[in-house]
Structure formats: structure tokens, C-alpha cells
Design a protein around this ligand. Structure first.
Ligand SMILES: NC(=O)c1ccc[n+]([C@@H]2O[C@H](COP(=O)([O-])OP(=O)(O)OC[C@H]3O[C@@H](n4cnc5c(N)ncnc54)[C@H](O)[C@@H]3O)[C@@H](O)[C@H]2O)c1
Length: 450
């Protein structure tokens, strides 16, 4: 008779999370951009009581504990120890040298009056010179740059910046969030496969290593948690994932899930849950900010397109539901249209079908503000990555998929795109970290059925 092998029990060992002490340094490559400046100015405005952190789960979200009848739903920030907004200190890099006040005005996202009120604080922060090459972002041309013979030399200059900032500012811990431009499309290749091949590539200036990977390498080498808000690979290659595991560094990415894709991952799971069929999904956008200008280059657009397209493929699982989703035409367009600035407009035409194949249509016209949707994501990632680090979680943080269009995922898995599953996963991770019972929503016990 075959002996049944005993399954290894899931580890219940949790590192005790101590409340954060001291300041948390937030490092932002792309510090002069729309997302970074809206995030930093927003935090300062919130600290002064000039606005509320709308869109931020860490600041406004609640988490249910125990049974529904217990009526216990504390604020997430009261449930789990997170760094306070007052303890955030900003630093970063950009290819333009404007201080944060000037950059915020140029980005044009926030009202001038609000920015003027924050002038004294914002003026105190300016970006450090960037690691940049036009080979990877063709439509930008800044002059505030580092120089070095090799990519390894540049990585060491970033490492020195990180160490010096930590020493000079007296921060206790650090987190880095890439808010830099979308780089040209690059696929993983042998240079990304091991720590050794990657470091050799840095020394030999391998073209497969763009600036965002050099920043990610520098962060991980310094033991700093890293998140990537753009769709370029950055830390999402085996070499950097291995290095992160080795150095106990949590990683998250890629590509902040904000406007149109946020809508997609709200609508698509709903349609799929009711087994409504899909023939096509046409998405188009106009946006006129610097991000739009960068994406006007077909090589950067290809990186963004791949990120935006992957969502539906995974969500609808055509292999499991061939009658409903095997023949979906999915198209995404982004058009640079300067008059709109950061106020993007997105249109979606969704061709669906129901009972007996009868066709129907849904139209979505989202007049959104890209950076207003992205800023709270940056805040949440900063606080949750710091938490993950303190809790001893390292490598890919799949529970933060909630924030990304193109979530990083472990070998042999597929990415989870359904916003509602992502949220459940995130909240259950918080419950797990605090030793609370996980919530399955089974609920039979309320009716004495178990
Ligand atoms: N705004 C959103 O809602 C949103 C959503 C998803 C993803 N993103 C991504 O987030 C990133 C930032 O968006 P944004 O709207 O702030 O763009 P932005 O163009 O306003 O800002 C990007 C900044 O990065 C700087 N930069 C480029 N390469 C750099 C480098 N190597 N080192 C340092 N700085 C560098 C640029 O000079 C610019 O100031 C983009 O990649 C964008 O695609 C944004």
C-alpha cells in the first residue's frame, strides 16, 4: 500500500512587528515628475490639515476582524503599526534640477494656490543628479546627470547617495519607489539571470541594463525595499529577485494601477463572475503631461502597452472559458495631447454578449486625474513596504498586487489581476502579520450550519 506523505504545515512563525521608531526616508527616482511631486506636496498638505488622504487604504481604509457580529473594523493604521506621515522625509533623483516647489508648479496637477502655501517646505528638497541615458527614454533630455565609465560605477554613486542621505538626514529606515519615466521595452535575457551575470553586465555596460535596474540594484544592495511604479522590468528579473531574497529586501511592482486599468480590473471581474461573454475591448486615452510625451515614443509605448494588455488575458482565463473569452479583440491606444496636461480622458468600448450569444455594449468615459490617483498608491506602498521589511518579508510581495497593472509574481504562478481578490489577499496578509484569524467569507456559522 502506498504511504501518504504528510504535508508540510504552513509556517505560523511570524516576526513580531515592532512599532516604527524614528524617521522613514522615501527615495524617489523621478522626483520632479507629476506623480512624485503630487505625492510629496499632498503629504505636506495633509500634514497641515489642508486636505484628506483620499484614495489611500493605509490612511482611510478599515479592516474587519473576527465575525461580522463582533462589529470590529478598526482603521488599518490603528490595527497595524505603520509609519506616521510626520515621520516621512523625502529625497530623490531627477534629470531636471528644479526643486520640488518649482517641479510641482511645472507638473501643473495641484492648484497654484495650494502649492504656494507649501512653498517653504517644498523648496527645501531638490533632486540629486540622475543616472540616465536617452537610449532608454528617447523623448526626454535633461542635464542634471551623473557621469561614470561603467554602469557599476553609476550604481556605486547611487549607493553613496543613499548612504549619505541616511547619515545626513538621520532617518532610521529607507524605502525606494521608482516614479521615473517609462523606459523602452526590454525583455529578460541571460544577463538578468543571476547576480553574477548581472554584476558582470554592470561592469561591461550591457545594453540590457537600463537606469531603472541600476537604481533597483543600488536600493537592494543597501537593504532598501523597492517598488516600481512604471511598467519597465526594473527589479522584475531573476538576478534582482535573488539579490532581494539574499539581502532580505521586499520588492513590489510593476506599473501603478490608476485610471483606465483600475476601471478594467473593477469591471472585468464583475462580467466574468456572471459568465458574461466578451468579443472585444477597445481602450483609448488622451493625456498631455510629461508621461504622455515619453509614451509618444513607440519604444516606451510598447512597454506600457504590454503592461496594459496583459490584464484581460489573465483575468478572463480564456483557456478555462473558451466559449466566452477565446476570441477577444483587445486594443489599447495612448495619444499625447498637450492641452489636457495631467487631466487624462479615457474611453472604453466593451463588446459583450449574454444568453444565447445576444450582443450588448458598455461605454466608459473616465475623465480622471492620473497623478491624483497615483499619489495615494505611492504613500501606501511606502508604508506597506516598510511594514513588510520590519515583518521580515522579503522578495516579491504579491499581497501588494492590488496597486499594480502588471503585478510581479513567483515562478510557476500567474499574476492575480482581480482587484477584489487582490484586496482580500492584502487584508488577509495584514491579519496574518498580526496573528488575527483570516476571513474566508464562508459565513455558514452565522446560520448554525457548522
Ligand atoms: N500618473 C499615473 O497615474 C501613472 C500610472 C501608472 C504608471 N505611471 C508611471 O509612473 C511614472 C511617473 O509618472 P509621471 O506621470 O510622474 O511622469 P513624469 O514624466 O511627470 O515624471 C517622470 C520623471 O522621471 C524623471 N526621470 C526619467 N528618467 C529618470 C532617471 N533615469 N532618473 C531619475 N529621474 C528620471 C523625468 O525627468 C520626470 O521628471 C511613469 O513611468 C509612468 O508611466 C504613472
Amino acid at each position: 500500500m502506498a504511504t501518504t506523505k504528510k504535508k508540510k504545515p504552513i509556517s505560523t512563525k511570524r516576526k513580531k512587528i515592532t512599532p516604527p521608531k524614528g524617521k522613514l526616508g522615501v527615495l524617489l527616482p523621478g522626483m520632479s515628475g507629476a506623480v512624485s511631486t503630487t505625492f510629496m506636496a499632498g503629504v505636506e498638505a495633509i500634514k497641515k490639515g489642508m486636505g484628506k488622504p483620499v484614495g489611500s487604504l493605509t490612511q482611510m481604509g478599515r479592516i474587519r476582524l473576527g465575525k461580522r457580529t463582533d462589529k470590529k473594523s478598526p482603521l488599518i493604521k490603528e490595527f497595524i503599526p505603520l509609519c506616521e506621515l510626520d515621520d516621512l522625509v523625502f529625497a530623490g533623483w531627477d534629470i531636471f534640477k528644479d526643486n520640488c516647489y518649482e517641479a510641482c508648479l511645472k507638473a501643473g496637477v495641484l492648484d497654484k494656490e495650494l502649492v504656494e502655501e507649501l512653498k517653504d517646505t517644498l523648496k527645501q528638497t531638490s533632486p540629486m543628479p540622475a543616472v540616465f541615458s536617452r537610449k532608454y527614454v528617447k523623448n526626454l533630455n535633461g542635464k542634471h546627470l551623473k557621469s561614470g565609465k561603467t554602469k557599476m560605477e553609476l550604481a556605486h554613486q547611487l549607493i553613496d547617495d543613499i548612504k549619505n542621505f541616511k547619515k545626513d538626514s538621520g532617518v532610521d529606515r529607507l524605502v525606494m519607489v521608482w516614479c521615473g519615466s517609462t523606459e523602452v521595452y526590454i525583455q529578460a535575457e541571460p544577463v538578468h539571470s543571476s547576480i553574477k551575470s548581472f554584476e558582470d553586465g554592470l561592469k561591461s555596460n550591457h545594453p540590457g541594463i537600463p537606469p531603472s535596474m541600476i537604481y533597483a540594484y543600488a536600493a537592494i544592495k543597501c537593504g532598501v525595499p523597492y517598488a516600481n511604479g512604471a511598467p519597465n522590468l526594473s527589479a522584475d528579473v531573476p538576478a534582482l529577485i535573488k539579490l532581494a531574497k539574499k539581502n532580505n529586501v521586499p520588492l513590489a511592482g510593476k506599473d501603478f494601477k490608476t485610471g483606465q486599468t483600475l476601471m478594467k480590473t473593477i469591471l472585468a471581474p464583475g462580467l466574468k463572475s456572471r459568465m458574461i461573454g466578451l468579443n472585444g475591448w477597445f481602450s483609448t486615452n488622451i493625456l498631455g503631461n510629461r508621461d504622455g510625451e515619453v509614451l509618444d515614443d513607440p519604444y516606451s509605448f510598447k512597454t506600457k502597452e504590454a503592461s496594459k494588455l496583459s490584464v484581460l488575458e489573465y483575468l478572463f482565463q480564456p483557456d478555462l472559458h473558451p466559449d466566452l473569452y477565446s476570441d477577444v479583440y483587445h486594443k489599447v491606444r495612448i495619444n499625447y495631447y498637450p492641452p489636457r496636461g495631467d487631466a487624462k480622458e479615457a474611453w472604453d468600448n466593451i463588446d459583450i454578449f449574454g444568453w444565447l450569444g445576444y450582443p450588448m455594449q458598455i461605454k466608459v468615459n473616465f475623465l480622471c486625474r492620473d497623478s491624483i490617483l497615483a499619489a495615494p498608491i505611492v504613500l501606501d506602498l511606502v508604508l506597506f513596504l516598510d511594514l513588510a521589511h520590519k515583518a521580515g518579508l522579503d522578495g516579491i510581495q504579491e499581497w501588494l498586487s492590488f496597486y499594480f497593472k502588471s503585478p510581479m509574481y513567483g515562478e510557476g504562478l500567474y499574476p492575480e489581476h482581480d482587484l477584489f481578490i487582490q484586496l482580500m489577499k492584502l487584508k488577509n496578509t495584514l491579519r496574518y502579520l498580526k496573528g488575527e484569524e483570516l476571513i474566508t467569507h464562508l459565513g455558514l456559522d452565522y446560520y448554525n450550519l457548522m
